[in-house]
Write a protein that binds this ligand. Structure first.
Ligand code: F6R
Ligand code: MG
Ligand code: MG
Length: 371
């Protein structure tokens, strides 16, 4: 069995929250190279989406493995030291605990991991986003694995005609539930249509029970109890044969959707698919980005990556995302650009409310007019 682990954190932005300093990538590469030399890892790839450092690792330790998680944690700590030296912005911002305690889950970094028997040929796609939260994967995962207008194979391929099983978590109540698609898609959509609370954690083949997709669902805002940045989630998808084809997995991103995040984690904006090189959110700290690294696995070796959105066929999606950004930006501080009060990652409302407390009068009282 092979385990594919993607562990990510924002441990310092360059410049502001825009992108990643090359020294952080080099530091992470050196650490993972050492772990490969010691045979903890089979292979690795380090990349970045905006200000998030992404560690893509293969090994045989299974999911939630203490050694692999410690490696990721120590790597983020080492990179934080470099970020502090360079005085990068928000150095160490996602390391919410003082010391590692067995598993990075709940400690700030985002994690998506799956363990599986490598197929005769194993194409995997790793999606990484910046300036948004984990619910951003709900619609694309639905489209890939349950929507016949996206995935032709659901209708015409015997290998996936039986559909998929969706595991959905309720991040507020800390509960999970599974839905069968297509039989229960109306129930499924009722929940995952509210992506700030209900998130698709994983997807399984109904035919073979094999795992097809897994996402990171660590809500930083709920972990920390206060604003510490958006989750900037990751998602792993296996493609071809008993799963949707590579092109079916990428197709949802041809229609940019509106996600929460962007400036100060408090705005709705379009999720723009870009090449890795273009994943540098700058306009109004955005708009939110998604990149996709494609690999073929060969006995755990990561053959690749191919930069999947580095393709002119995604130019219209980028143009459309910019148009959506224009329309939303026009709303300035008004909803639906700005998030509703309870969804904003930061707000001055309590302080302003307190200041104006004495000036609020019951509606039926005459307005006091100064002479
Ligand atoms: C969004 C994000 C940025 C910051 C913004 C203000 O996820 O991280 O938009 O919220 O640049 O940052 P501070 O408050 O640190 O000046
Ligand atoms: Mg940041
Ligand atoms: Mg980020």
């Amino acid at each position: 069995m092979i385990t594919l682990s993607v562990i990510k954190a924002d441990i310092g932005g360059y410049v502001g929250h825009a992108t990643m300093h090359p020294e952080l990538i080099a530091t992470a590469q050196a650490n993972l190279e050492r772990a490969k030399g010691e045979s903890l890892l089979i292979d690795y790839h380090v990349t970045a989406c905006g200000d998030d450092l992404e560690l893509i690792m293969t090994h045989q330790q299974g999911t939630a493995d203490q050694k692999v998680h410690r490696l990721a944690w120590d790597t983020f700590v080492d990179c934080t030291a470099v970020a502090k030296k360079l005085k990068l912005y928000g150095a160490g911002q996602d390391l919410l605990a003082d010391a590692f305690s067995g598993n990075v889950k709940g400690m700030g970094p985002g994690v998506a991991e799956m363990e599986f028997e490598e197929r005769k040929s194993e194409p995997v796609l790793i999606f990484m986003a910046d300036k948004t939260s984990a619910g951003a994967w709900n619609m694309p995962l639905y489209r890939m694995f349950a929507d016949p207008f996206n995935t032709a194979g659901l209708v015409i391929s015997e290998a996936i005609h039986q559909g998929f099983r969706f595991e959905v978590i309720d991040v507020l109540e800390h509960k999970k539930i599974t839905f069968e698609a297509p039989a229960e898609i109306y129930d499924l959509l009722l929940f995952i249509g509210s992506p700030s609370r209900f998130m698709v954690k994983s997807v399984y083949s109904r035919d073979t029970g094999e795992i097809g997709a897994v996402s990171s669902t660590d809500r930083l805002s709920l972990i920390a109890g206060k604003y510490v940045g958006k989750d900037d989630p990751v998602c792993i998808v296996r493609a071809q044969n008993q799963f949707p084809a590579v092109g079916e997995v990428l197709e949802p991103f041809s229609q940019p959707m509106i996600v929460e995040g962007w400036m100060r984690g408090s705005h709705n904006g379009p999720l723009m698919p870009t090449s890795v090189k273009q994943a540098n959110p700058s306009r109004f700290d955005g708009p939110p980005r998604v990149i996709c690294a494609g690999f073929q696995l060969a006995n755990g070796k990561l053959v690749g990556p191919v930069d999947m959105f580095d393709d002119p066929s995604f130019d219209p999606a980028r143009a459309q995302a910019n148009q959506i950004a224009e329309v939303l930006r026009r709303h300035g501080p008004f909803e639906p650009h700005r998030l509703p009060l309870n969804e904003m990652e930061y707000t001055t409302m309590p302080a302003v409310m307190k200041k104006l407390e004495g000036r609020f009068a019951p509606l039926d009282e005459p307005v006091a007019v100064k002479a």
